[in-house]
Design a protein around this ligand. Structure first.
Ligand SMILES: Nc1ncnc2c1ncn2[C@@H]1O[C@H](COP(=O)(O)OP(=O)(O)O)[C@@H](O)[C@H]1O
Ligand SMILES: [Mg+2]
Length: 260
């Protein structure tokens, strides 16, 4: 059985009178791509924000590698090795790819040039960016010195995913990464998600795109009315069955703990 890397128990998050997350459980296992699906308003993003430190829950606990964590900000989660790609990409369009990869985590020159004059080590950042792109097999970006605003939507998404993969030492989370992309661009991002998993970092993929979910997910967490309804394997169910469970038309089958 695969180890649980990231876990949540009994998460509750209220916004005024709205209970966005109503006692949700969650677990992500080593080596897997876990898709999280559910109707609009089911509380997927709110749950994921708890895991990524963006939201502090009203109740419940989060465990990383079996130890309880108390994230107060996304920065806390990042320090713990959890990187999140949000739908609204935080990028600096006028800056180049390498600079965007290191945005907020810039490498400084060694010695007083870096520590006193705060000079950036552009050469090192470019070298590491190239290495990262090669490691992920990204061939759609011609030059890492290209400004991000010259890139297509898919290429920008690729940069965001590469950034998450570069810094996500334990977990990479993606909220609807292919929502704004064309078919070919989506395929590129899905390939990238598989490669991240294959480097040993489990991935949480929140998506409405059922064919994509069935293509890449090892397990599918079905979220309904603020809670985890169940977890299924894509190979065990037809797509319309899973949609039926998601909408409440079909009763949720027993949860599966392992990908296969
Ligand atoms: N910042 C917020 N303020 C108020 N209500 C919110 C906020 N974020 C989410 N909600 C509400 O919480 C519920 C769950 O939303 P969300 O987590 O975004 O669901 P999903 O991602 O599954 O569509 C919805 O009813 C939504 O309107
Ligand atoms: Mg959402």
């Amino acid at each position: 059985m695969n180890d649980i890397v990231l876990e949540a128990r009994g998460i509750v998050k209220r916004y005024g009178h709205v209970t966005a997350v109503a006692g949700a459980d969650f677990d992500l296992r080593a080596g897997e791509i876990l898709a999280v699906i559910g109707d609009n308003g089911a509380g997927k993003s709110s749950l994921i924000k708890v895991l990524s430190g963006d939201v502090v829950p009203d109740a419940g606990e989060v465990l990383l590698d079996g130890k309880q964590v108390h994230f107060k900000s996304p920065h806390d989660a990042q320090l713990a090795g959890i990187e999140t790609v949000y739908q609204d990409l935080a990028m600096a369009p006028a800056l180049d790819i390498a600079t965007n990869l290191f945005l907020g985590r810039e490498l400084r020159r060694k010695g007083p040039l870096g520590s006193v004059l705060r000079m950036l080590d552009v050469k090192e950042m470019r070298a590491q960016s190239r290495k990262q792109m090669d490691a992920l097999g990204i061939t759609t970006l011609q030059s890492i010195t290209q400004p991000v605003d010259s890139l297509s939507g898919g290429q920008r998404q690729t940069v965001a995913v590469a950034r998450a993969a570069a810094f996500g030492r334990r977990v990479v989370i993606m909220d609807e990464p292919t929502a704004a992309l064309g078919v070919r661009e989506s395929k590129g991002v899905l390939d990238l998600i598989r490669r991240i998993r294959d480097t040993g970092i489990p991935v949480v993929l929140i998506s409405h795109d059922m064919p994509a979910v069935f293509e890449v997910a090892d397990r599918i967490h079905i979220h309904r009315l603020g809670r985890r309804a169940t977890v299924v394997r894509p190979g065990d169910h037809e797509m319309n069955e899973v949609v039926g469970i998601m909408t409440g038309a079909l009763p949720p089958p027993a949860m599966v703990a392992e990908a296969s």
